[in-house]
Design a binder for this molecule. Structure first.
Ligand SMILES: C[S@@+](CC[C@H](N)C(=O)[O-])C[C@H]1O[C@@H](n2cnc3c(N)ncnc32)[C@H](O)[C@@H]1O
Length: 211
């Protein structure tokens, strides 16, 4: 388990963004709504449009992914999880009328989840060293792999970003290394999406149930 002070630091950071910018893309530290939605567009490629499955939105912020899903016609059950209590309170209030959605504060992945989607959780490393952040990232991804019954998808900043645009406070990951990890250790069904116009990639890992 990662150092508890890391989660406290992450929570304070994003709570500060929410207080400064409210329920907006900037309030979860994105540049704008367009790039936020472009990320969602990649992640939801994992999901079937129909079906009574449960999606965990890990690091849900104010619940913008749920708006996106409902707007696109996904009727799935949804659980939003976030380390920041204020984010969760805002998200739950915004979506109070959605009977198939719930929000919960925390970092632990509950049992019984079909899919996990995760957008933007691993980008800002808050002064933590590369080694520590890398260990935290892999521990969390292994937990996704163990918990998600049908698959998971997440995004990361890419080491293929233009060098002059890279920032020392952010974590950049090697997409080839993570593709290799997922393919060798998790599932034969892995897609690497690195063709959308952000300095990022999305990895989609499907667990195809045998028999
Ligand atoms: C960049 S924001 C993105 C929010 C949302 N996914 C979106 O795209 O609108 C990252 C969110 O993840 C939450 N978060 C970061 N690390 C987390 C963790 N280990 N467990 C749960 N939530 C986390 C933060 O509090 C923040 O709300």
């Amino acid at each position: 388990m990662a150092d508890p002070s890391l989660f406290a630091q992450v929570s304070d950071y994003y709570t500060g963004k929410l207080r400064a910018h409210g329920e907006t893309a900037q309030g979860v530290d994105w540049k704008d709504e367009v790039s936020q939605a472009l990320r969602f567009e990649q992640l939801v490629k994992l999901l079937p449009l129909e079906g009574d499955y449960l999606v965990l939105d890990y690091g849900c912020g104010y619940g913008a992914l749920l708006d996106y899903l409902r707007d696109k016609g996904y009727g799935c059950r949804y659980l939003g999880l976030d380390v920041s209590p204020e984010m969760v309170a805002v998200a739950a209030k915004r979506h109070a009328a959605d009977a198939r959605a719930k929000f919960r504060q925390g970092v632990g992945i509950p049992a019984g989840v079909d899919y996990i989607l995760c957008s933007g959780v691993f980008n800002v490393r808050l002064g933590r060293g590369d080694e520590e952040w890398q260990a935290y990232l892999m521990e969390t991804l292994r937990a996704f792999a163990a918990a998600a019954r049908r698959g998971f998808a997440f995004n990361l900043l890419t080491t293929y970003a233009d060098k002059d645009k890279m920032r020392p406070d952010l974590h950049y990951a090697d997409p080839c290394r993570l593709f290799d990890w997922a393919k060798r250790e998790v599932s034969r069904h892995v897609a690497l999406l690195h063709d959308y116009d952000l300095y990022e990639f999305t990895l989609i890992v499907r667990k195809i149930l045998e028999g």
